[in-house]
Structure formats: C-alpha cells, structure tokens
Design a protein around this ligand. Sequence first.
Ligand SMILES: [Cu+2]
Length: 461
Amino acid sequence: MTVTRRSLLVGGAGLAAGAILARAGRAEAASPTTLTIDTRQIDVNGKPATRYRVFQPDGTMGLTLNEGDAFFVHLENKLDVPTDVHWHGMTEPWRQDGVPYVSGDPVPAGGTADYLFPATPTGTRWMHSHFGLQEQNLLAAPLIIRETAAIESGLQEVVMFLEDFSWTPPEEIFANLRAAKPDMAPEGDNKGLDLDDVIYDAFLANERTLEDPDIVDVEANAEVRLRIINASTSSNFWINLGDHQGTLVAVDGNPVEPLRVRRVPLAVAQRADVLVRVPGGAPLPVLALAEGRAMQTGVILRPAGAEVSKIPTRTGAETPRVTLEQELNLVPKVPLSRKPADRVVPVDLTGKMMGYIWNMPIHGLVGMPAQAARGERVELAFENTTGMSHPMHLHGHVFQVVEIDGKRINGAIRDTILVTPKTKVTVAFEADNPGLWAFHCHNLYHMAAGMFSTLAYRGFA
Ligand SMILES: [Cu+2]
C-alpha cells in the first residue's frame, strides 16, 4: 500500500507552526491529536449496519477543544478509498479546508494528512467527509471549540448529533433521484412544494433511534447546555422540547441574544446551542422531528431516579416545513460592523425535478464562481425559485443574515442559511480569508447534482 503524507503545515497559512502553537499556549513539541477514519458496525433498530466513523485513539468520536487551542490534527485514512474531511464552520487557511480538488487533493486510501491552525471561531462546529457521497455513510463527527464562558459556567454539556440513515447505498439513492419520474411536474416547473426527496429508514441521535435512545444522566434542576448538530445529509428538523422552555444561546456556534424557545428549526448542517433546566422527577426528551415525515429521534435527559418510558419513533402527523420565522427573531451578540456592501453577488437557486438537476448560477451563469477581493464587505443575495429548501453553506467564513424577503434585519451570524422555497435571503461577510472556497447547498444530493460553486478571491487563487 502506498502511504502518502500530505503536509499542510507549510504554505497557505502564512503562520509558522510554532507561532500557532505558542499563541495557543502549547509547547512547540506538542503532538497532534490523531483522528482515524475506518468502518464500524452500529445497530439500527436491531439490525447491524457497517458505516464509517472518525475517532480518536480512545474511541471518542470527533474532537473537543477549548477556546484558544490550536487545531492540531493528524488524520489517518484507514479506508480503501480516498476521503477528505471538512472542518465545518472553521475559518482555517483554505488549503486545510478538506474539500477535494478545491482546497487540495483528497487523502488517498491508506494515506494521512496534517492540519494546524488556530481553532477559530469557538462554538459548536462539526466535521464530515466532503468526498463523494461518504457523508451519507455517516462519515461525520462533532467538532466543539468550547467557549471560555461555557467552560467557566460549569454547566454540563450534552451533544446531540443528528443523522439520517438509509439501508439503501447512497449511490443507489442518488441514481433513483436522477431517474426520470413520469409523475413529476414537467421540466422547469416545480409544481407544488417538495419537502424531501429521500425516504430515510431511520433518524439517528448520537447513532441511536428512539427504540434504544441515548439516555444522559443530568443533575435535577441544574442547567444543561445542549449542543445540537444537524449532521444529516438532506433532512431538516424541528427540535422540540415538548412543554419545556429552553434558551437558545447560539446558532451555528455563534452567540445570539438569549431567546426563550420550545421549538428550534434546524436545517441540514446547522447547529443550535440551547440551555435547558431539567426538573427532578421526570426525564426531559429532546426530540428532533424530521420535516415532511412522521418520524422523530432524540436523546433523553434523565435526572437521578427518574423513570424513562419509551417514546415512539413515529409521530402522529407529518412534521411541517422548516421556516425562517424564528430566523427573524435572532439577534447576534456580535454583529458585523454596519457598512455598505462593496460587492453584491446574485446567487440564483434553480432546479428541475426531471433528471434531478440543481444549479446555483452566479450573476446568471452556471459555473461562475462568486468572487471577492480581500478586505471587501460582500453580500450574497440568494433567490430560491424552486419548490425545495436549500441550506446554503460558505466555507472558511461566517456571515450575517441581513435580509429576508426584502426586509433588512440585524440577523444571526451563521455559516449555513436555509433559503426556503420562493424566498430571497441575503447574507453579508467580510472577505478576510483569501483562497478558493467551496460554496454550495448542503443537501448532499443537490450538491452532487450541481448545486456547488466556489468563492474565489481575485488575484489570489
Ligand atoms: Cu439544495
């Protein structure tokens, strides 16, 4: 087997490894955390399934760091196929972004890759394969950069990692989607609104269904910080606390003014941090209801002595569409400075169900990258003319939601925004991380079918 080592520690970053580690208060001799990718068996409703995993030597899935740490990782690909892991929500140097053929070559079968950059921004992030359709085979894990305030709060933290699961191989799912559907609306006319196009067999929270859920012991009446990550490939959820009220404190890892909530919409790739207080006596199920389906998943918070009863996987009715209603109420703790845009980039979201073709023409041209010059304030003006929602993600940057359907807002800082059907959403960002960046719909099948572009810095990449 040919073992190839990709050294990403030099070049691109503009920062010497020693400087990054010193800034992080670590000795230069500090060693990286090894993350290994291989396969493992999980149990889904009593049936074994072989899927991917990304884990540390002690078996921990993914990676948790503290604010100020360096992201210092040695990645080992133990698969017999290439892969590439993207650090979703990080603002790393572009060569370390883990997107095959955009940030660099993929990590070959049996190969390794090294990463070193300041672990910013803080908050609830995640990691997933950006290679082919591997993400559907669960090549994903949490990536948490714990905020100093969260550490000092002493609150217990509970990660809820949501994934959609199918017994059908992803290549077959994709082929089925692309096959002509005679009962579909004629080409170019998305009649009606399509909620979901993949019928999943299960929805997982921390790799389990509600048949055998993750039950987390918590202290009665103590506050718990939930870090909820929608790591599914094409399923939006409504997070549901039942009759309990929680406090939404961050979206996509970025702090928002506290908002009292019982429900939180969570699109593909988005995250939500919610504080909940679990009264003694009864468990608190944190449920995730799949949009357009009558199915749910979740984790159970159990105070000492509380009896946990079975919660059904099926819900009584189909869960309604995820909307932007709550988005209008989100106010960032740290907004972008108020400044007019130097550049506005129109991004149309288009599609045809016949043949399953999705595109994101920029300035009206399919294949055109979005462009920016370093130092500019850039606005991406999305217009979704299709009947489906598109969770749009820009790599290497965070952006602020500044306009929804013509209404200017001081919206949340995010890295993924759901653009709902027949809706216009504008986000703004500082062009401060030069490189060539993936920019795409985070619905895996939409991306594979063409809803993928790049952000290219002028005079750079
Ligand atoms: Cu999409």
